[in-house]
Design a binder for this molecule. Structure first.
Ligand code: TRP
Length: 337
């Protein structure tokens, strides 16, 4: 959707979740870091109020939020350049949510995927259609629109599943602007990167927590190596020529083509003609991933031991973002009340 447009500001919202894996890195985090590099202003927030809709066990949101923030900083988000903050620290977003709820037709919410999926599951399981559907889930797209429109971000990187939410955000902004007869809310564009950048898991299917086939990101060299050693292969012997195109080991390695310890090109050739076994190939992949991610893991551990530092970063982030959101909200309120 973008390509040639100038990106003036990027906003990324992430749901708190522990246990990031290298699929998240390749599919979402790395493309996001690259976008941040090219952008004047960038915002990264943890959508903890969105998580509340699932009513997770108490304490989970906080723990996962801290892990998430520490992971993203360790992986290269620079708090000096990117405003990092928590959704729950920006009351202006929730006030805007009330205003935007007034201009949003109920029928738009009826069509939103997350809600519709819950309803179809209930019907499938012969339950009441509204079972486990709270109002937070139902109006989720309005809160997401509020996150975006309060900041006035121009571009939003999202996975395929979030495109509809950005379209709804644009429609809400248009409807609001039409109501006040002024262009107050900026309609955002989405950027999808995920589909060009998928990575296979250790069983050869798409890497995903739900398939239980992930290589974890923030973990020790031993644990990361252990996951790599579990990659499924065929039963070819050391001297047999091997099929690089269909090798899970190489599909993963292709996402990380640089290694200071191994000559990947040479290794590829030897693997193709025979002479390298799967065990050795896995070790080379493990070395490469460990070289790539272990420095980030060490930074992560340091940050996790220094929660004051994380608190300070989040406080700075919310101060800066509240200023922006407050100005926007004042303008909005002047026009409607
Ligand atoms: N709904 C997004 C997700 O599930 C998270 C999110 C909430 C978000 N608010 C946002 C993403 C605003 C981008 C912009 O991944």
């Amino acid at each position: 959707m973008i390509e040639k447009t100038v990106i003036s500001s990027i906003l990324t919202g992430i749901k708190p979740s522990g246990d990031l894996h290298i699929g998240n890195y390749v599919g979402a985090i790395k493309p996001m870091l690259d976008l941040f590099e090219k952008t004047e202003r960038s915002f990264l927030f943890v959508a903890n109020a969105h998580s509340l809709n699932g009513l997770p066990p108490l304490g989970n949101i906080k723990k996962q939020t801290i892990q998430q923030v520490a992971s993203y900083i360790a992986l290269g988000v620079d708090p000096e350049k990117t405003h990092i903050y928590l959704q729950s620290d920006i009351p202006e977003v929730f006030e805007l949510n009330t205003i935007l709820s007034a201009v949003t037709p109920k029928s738009w919410m009826n069509k939103a995927h997350a809600y519709k999926d819950s309803v179809s599951k209930n019907i499938e399981n012969k339950k009441d259609v509204d079972e486990n559907v709270n109002m937070g889930l139902y109006t989720y797209p309005i809160l997401m629109a509020s996150d975006i429109l309060a900041i006035g971000a121009s571009h939003i990187p999202v996975g395929e599943d979030q495109i509809q939410h950005i379209e709804i955000t644009r429609d809400i902004a248009d409807r609001f602007n039409h109501y006040v007869q002024r262009d107050i809310l900026a309609t955002p564009e989405y950027i999808t990167t995920e589909n060009q950048n998928t990575i296979v898991g250790i069983d050869g299917r798409k890497m995903s927590k739900s398939y239980n086939n992930v290589i974890p990101l923030m973990t020790s060299i031993e644990e990361r190596t252990k996951a790599v050693m579990k990659i499924t292969t065929d039963s070819k012997g050391i001297d047999d020529p091997k099929d690089i195109e269909n090798s899970t080991i190489f599909k993963i390695l292709d996402c990380f083509p640089q290694s200071s310890r191994h000559n990947i090109e040479e290794f590829k050739n030897n693997f193709a003609v025979g002479g390298i076994g799967y065990g050795q190939a896995k070790q080379i992949l493990a070395d490469t991933l460990n070289e790539y991610f272990n420095p980030a893991f060490e930074r992560y551990q340091k940050l996790m031991q220094n929660s004051d530092e994380i608190e300070r970063i989040l406080a700075d982030g919310s101060t800066a973002v509240r200023k922006i959101a407050r100005e926007k909200l004042i303008k909005i309120k002047e026009n409607i009340y």
